[in-house]
Design a protein around this ligand. Structure first.
Ligand code: GLU
Length: 280
């Protein structure tokens, strides 16, 4: 098997220690197996992605000693692939345009919650002759999609065989009003197109894999092996985030810290004072 892993940050901010830990996990897994490690810049969100964040990500990875085996790929340059996937799903009758705003959905008091917030109540499902000149997203008709694939499983190195439960996400968005694809679609298409054999990423993305597994089945794509690793926590035990005031990798780098030494400390599970590791 050709082992191939990736680190896939969204360039919407500077990287912090949690990103370093995640990139290390993916990098070291590939290195340990004689495989390849790739950087994919997930910049389909044109309003929040910034070139200066991309530049910092490249410098941070070099500083940490995480060498990539090929030049980085940019999702913004792969929009045709996502369009093809959307066209196929649309031709299967599995997509519908949705005109709702976030506020519309939040106002729907009956909406139950899924892993990413309120589940879409289905307001636009079944609209007759929708006006596609108005801003709209494209949603997956989850019930139809699940009926088409039947039961699915995927394998996680930590959790073992997992029964996919995409229905818990409801009618997810696959193309956004303001972006030509959603995270779920782009990541699934790219992991397959790039021959990613092992998706090594944080436990915060475990639930998303239910949707990715469904999309793989619908689009006849291979299913990689997964490993959702434990996350670094802030002093309050919650996932490390900007609110903890955790230093960015850039600030450590510019302060003259040794990035390779930091990588080695993270490998040994030693994290800077005040930051402990939590279980997935
Ligand atoms: N771009 C995603 C993020 O920064 C991660 C994608 C993935 O690893 O699947 O959260």
């Amino acid at each position: 098997m050709n082992i191939h892993t990736r680190f896939a940050p969204s360039p919407t901010g500077r990287l912090h220690l949690g990103h370093a830990y995640s990139a290390l996990q993916a990098h070291d897994f590939a290195r340990g197996a004689g495989g390849r490690f790739t950087l994919r810049i997930e910049d389909i969100d044109g309003t929040r992605s910034r070139p200066e964040h991309v530049a910092a990500i490249l410098a941070d990875l070099d500083w940490l000693g995480l060498i990539r085996d090929e030049p980085p790929t940019f999702q913004s340059q792969r929009l045709g692939l996502y369009q093809d996937a959307l066209d196929r799903l649309r031709a299967m009758g599995l997509l519908y345009p949705c005109f709702c705003t976030r506020a519309d959905i939040a106002a729907s008091l009956s909406a139950p919650h899924g892993p990413d917030g309120p589940l879409y109540p289905g307001t636009c499902r079944g609209l007759v002759d929708p006006d596609l000149t108005r801003p709209h997203s494209w949603r997956l008709d989850m019930a139809k999609a699940v009926a088409r694939t039947g039961a699915l499983t995927w394998h996680d190195a930590e959790a073992g065989t997992v029964d996919a439960d995409p229905a818990s996400h409801g009618d997810v968005i696959l193309a956004r009003k303001d972006a030509p694809a959603s995270y779920h679609l782009a990541v699934t298409v790219d992991d397959a197109a790039q021959g990613i054999s092992h998706v090594v990423r944080g436990a915060d993305l475990f639930a998303a894999t239910h949707v990715h597994r469904l999309l793989q089945a619908l689009l006849d794509l291979p299913t990689p092996e997964y490993r959702h690793h434990a996350l670094l926590a802030g002093p309050d035990g919650q996932r490390l985030a900007k609110r903890h005031g955790a230093p960015t990798l850039e600030s450590l780098r510019l302060a003259g810290e040794d990035g390779r030494a930091l990588s080695d400390r993270l490998r040994k599970g030693e994290v800077p004072i005040g930051f402990g590791q939590i279980e997935a």
